[in-house]
Design a protein around this ligand. Structure first.
Ligand SMILES: NC(=O)c1ccc[n+]([C@@H]2O[C@H](COP(=O)([O-])OP(=O)(O)OC[C@H]3O[C@@H](n4cnc5c(N)ncnc54)[C@H](O)[C@@H]3O)[C@@H](O)[C@H]2O)c1
Length: 328
């Protein structure tokens, strides 16, 4: 079977493509390289262009009539950028996704897996969420994901396509074989900041120590990117057993980790403790959430295999190799 991966030159899409290859599924990549890397497409069927380009999508399906499913990871993902440029974000993530799905329908695509996000949940008092938790996006980026899910569900209700939205929590790590990893050099999330502080020998800044969590620091659900990728392979394998036209599944670990806990784990893995400074909350931040993962287990037969230390270890290993694999 072949699978079309839109955004397959990005961090998550390229890792999904590697997991597909390892599972005997051939990926066909469609990516504009707006944030992705050509190096991640080496040796893979690759079409450079935009998901909204109907002629290109038609050409891909004409060339690969055996594409059995589409994984849609193509999006812009930087929350502060979405606040500064909501029109650009709605155009990139919503308008283009609508065009893309119309092109897919015209080409007979009946299975769509959508990269959604846990960023739109409002967490309860214990900070856990499941797929029925309240959806209350706090940024234009998060809202584009909620809008896309709703839009795809409306389309799936009357057109011959079924949609599985996979709501990712906080991906960390890299392909354990180091084929792909995070392409950005200055990641803004906590683990990326720890790695930069570790490399530069400067303090790591904890932003916010008065959140309603067990130690006052923000809590996230860090899921290894290879586990995310494996969930896509499971989803492709089990797609036809899903009931309903549109399904949503959380992909997290079932455990929340605070910034202080992440730092303690990081120091154990890195072997040299990072110095710490405490600062106030950043605008737009939240206490965070972690996922209950029963649905992923029940519908996809999926459970994460890697623990936090392995995710940190692979992130560190990738950070040391990144400039060699992705020059410039
Ligand atoms: N990284 C995260 O923390 C996270 C969390 C939850 C959900 N997601 C979702 O996962 C998906 C992948 O994220 P990522 O972290 O790999 O980001 P990324 O920026 O590494 O990958 C996105 C890819 O999509 C491509 N792309 C963007 N717009 C395009 C377009 N119009 N046409 C063709 N290609 C286009 C980019 O070039 C890039 O290769 C996104 O949909 C994102 O919203 C990411």
């Amino acid at each position: 079977m072949k699978v079309l991966i839109a955004g397959g030159a990005g961090y998550i899409g390229s890792t999904v493509a590697s997991a597909c290859l390892d599972a005997g599924i051939s990926p066909v990549i469609l990516d504009s390289l707006v944030t992705g890397r050509r190096e991640f497409t080496a040796g893979r069927a690759f079409y450079e262009g935009d998901i909204a380009d109907g002629a290109l999508v038609d050409r891909i399906f004409a060339r690969h009539p055996d594409i059995g499913a589409v994984i849609h990871c193509a999006a812009l993902i930087v929350v502060p950028d979405s606040v500064a440029d909501p029109i650009g974000y709605y155009r990139a993530n919503v308008t283009k996704s609508l065009e893309f799905v119309a092109h897919l329908l015209r080409n007979g695509c009946s299975r769509l897996i959508f990269s959604s996000s846990a960023a739109f949940y409002r967490a309860g008092a214990d900070l856990s969420v499941d797929e029925d938790s309240v959806i209350d996006p706090q940024s234009p980026y998060a809202r584009t994901k909620a809008v896309c899910e709703a839009m795809f569900a409306d389309i799936a209700a009357s057109k011959p396509v079924r949609v599985l939205s996979l709501r990712y929590f906080n991906p960390i790590g890299a392909d354990p074989k180091m084929r792909t990893g995070l392409q950005v050099r200055q990641p803004t999330h906590a683990l990326g900041q720890m790695i930069l502080a570790h490399q530069a020998g400067v303090p790591f800044v904890i932003t916010g120590t008065d959140w309603p969590t067990r130690d006052g620091t923000g809590l996230r659900d860090y899921v290894h990117v290879w586990d995310l990728a494996a969930a896509h392979v499971a989803a492709l394998t089990r797609f036809d057993t899903l009931s309903g036209q549109a399904t949503a599944v959380n992909l997290g670990t079932g455990t929340g980790t605070t910034v202080r806990e992440l730092l303690a784990a990081f120091n154990r893995v890195a072997g040299r403790p990072v110095e710490v400074r405490e600062a106030g909350r950043r605008p737009g931040d939240a206490a965070g959430a972690y996922s209950r993962i029963d649905r992923a287990e029940r519908l996809l037969g999926w459970r994460p295999q890697y623990d936090l230390a392995e995710g940190i270890g692979h992130s560190l290993q990738w950070a040391a190799l990144r400039d060699e694999i992705l020059p410039g």
